[in-house]
Design a protein around this ligand. Structure first.
Ligand code: NAD
Length: 416
């Protein structure tokens, strides 16, 4: 995965004609933390996990990025995802750098008490390198408001009341209204801008969504509310489709009640094998699960003409090239899923000021930022004659590079 995010960085750096040294400086993480987490399980057994936090670049502000709990979590994933966070915060121009981390655990196999003690032990190990002005974690795959609440509580034991150490918290623990749906809502806004450019409305489009967790379910719900027809949805359990459009509020309620939190078995729908969703016959595809799902193996069969990357890194570089040649508009992850970090920024700012915004204000400010970022990327794509992903990277690298260079008096002759 790291190789892939570097590939996109290098492609944009070629457009900018960046020197080798500057590329090295911008790619190298500021700090890599790896900690052992030993806890006691419910049956008195010893549980052993590894925790990671990669702090990539802090030229534009404190480090910011999610925490992922997944068996596949490792240093390579954290590095790649931290890297993406640096470019993402720059694309939407929120005053943060990029970080990412997580624990190589499987929450489905852990009780709530076990998960909480693993989380608290992790915080104990990294407490000196995170903080409201240092590095502010947030939810990602398999972590949620509840986990963020534990993090705030544990960190506050050492540093005093510190709600701004983490975002995506429960509302009653100084979370922001609108944070939970923010990434899906951001997907809605960039898709709306793309449709406008093509002279289309939501009522004209059909959509397929992979992943029905935080990002996928909120994006699907909001698009359906605006008149888009969601024909197919898949998750870790399988896929469900309905040619007249799935009833998304019902599907959300079904998943919330199902034992394994899956769409599998949803009535009023036909079942299919999950991966088929990528090549579904729709106008818009939203990958909102894990990385590397659009590959050179299936990219040629993609039928959607717009892809909104709700997930981080869903498209491999080979697949990206195939999609560009086919004329598919790929709205890249560092733009499409930046709604979450944007509302995290609002939450952090509210916490620091001990102030709370109403939901209307959050939604309005999110809309402004996402649409402005879309416009900036679209204009960059047109002016450099490049695809949207390269344009987003060019924009981000320019912003981060300018900040990095402005901070140093020793770098001479570097232009941006
Ligand atoms: P989540 O844990 O809430 O949901 C993940 C979804 O993916 C679930 O529906 C799960 O069933 C599905 N899934 C897992 N494995 C799958 C597989 N093999 N095939 C199909 N579906 C599978 O996670 P989330 O927060 O919605 O994150 C999803 C993606 O969005 C990740 O790439 C994450 O990094 C990215 N993202 C999340 C946020 C956020 O605010 N939560 C922000 C930016 C980016």
């Amino acid at each position: 995965m790291l190789e892939e995010s570097h590939h996109y960085f290098q492609k944009a750096s070629d457009v900018l004609d960046l020197s080798h040294n500057l590329r090295e400086i911008l790619l190298t993480p500021f700090r890599v933390v790896k900690v052992e987490i030993v806890t006691e399980g419910d049956k008195g057994d010893l549980q052993h996990h590894m925790g990671y936090r990669v702090q990539h670049n802090k030229a534009r502000g404190p480090l910011k990025g999610g925490l992922r709990y997944h068996p596949s979590m490792d240093e390579d994933h954290a590095m790649a995802l931290a890297n993406l966070m640096t470019w993402k915060t720059a694309v939407v121009d929120v005053p943060f750098g990029g970080a990412k981390g997580g624990i190589n655990c499987d929450p489905a196999q852990l009780s709530e008490r076990e998960l909480a003690s693993i989380t608290r032990r992790f915080v104990e190990q990294v407490k000196d390198v995170i903080g409201p002005t240092l590095d502010i974690p947030a939810p990602d795959v398999n972590t949620n408001a509840r986990v963020m609440g534990w993090i705030m509580d544990e960190y506050s034991k050492y540093q005093g009341h510190s709600p701004a150490v983490v975002t995506g918290k429960p509302l009653e623990l100084f979370g922001s209204p609108g944070r939970e749906e923010a990434t899906g809502r951001g997907c809605l806004y960039v898709l709306e801008e793309a449709l406008k450019e093509q002279g289309k409305a939501f009522s004209d489009i059909t959509v397929a969504v992979q992943g029905f967790g935080n990002v996928g379910s909120n994006a699907a719900r909001l698009i359906a509310e605006r008149g888009g027809k969601i024909l197919a949805v898949s998750d870790h359990g399988g896929g469900v489709s309905n040619k007249d459009g799935l009833d998304i509020p019902k599907l959300i309620a079904y998943v919330n009640e199902s034992k394994n939190r899956t769409v599998k078995g949803f009535p009023d729908a036909d079942a299919f094998e999950g991966p088929e969703v990528i090549t579904w016959d729709v106008d818009v595809l939203i990958p909102a699960a894990l990385e590397d799902v659009i590959t050179k193996g299936n990219a040629k069969d993609v039928r959607a003409t717009i892809i909104v990357e709700g997930a981080n890194g869903p498209t491999t570089p080979e697949a990206d090239e195939i999609l560009q040649k086919k004329g598919v508009l790929v709205i890249p992850d560092i733009l499409a899923n930046a709604g979450g970090v944007t509302v995290s920024y609002f939450e952090w700012a509210q916490n620091i000021q001990q102030f709370r915004w109403e939901l209307d204000r959050v939604t309005e400010e999110l809309s402004k930022i996402m649409r402005k970022a879309y416009k900036a990327v679209s204009e960059m794509a047109a002016s450099k004659n490049v695809d949207f992903r390269t344009a987003a990277f060019v924009l981000a690298i320019t912003r981060v590079g300018k900040a990095a260079v402005s901070r140093r008096h020793t770098i001479k002759g570097v232009r941006f």
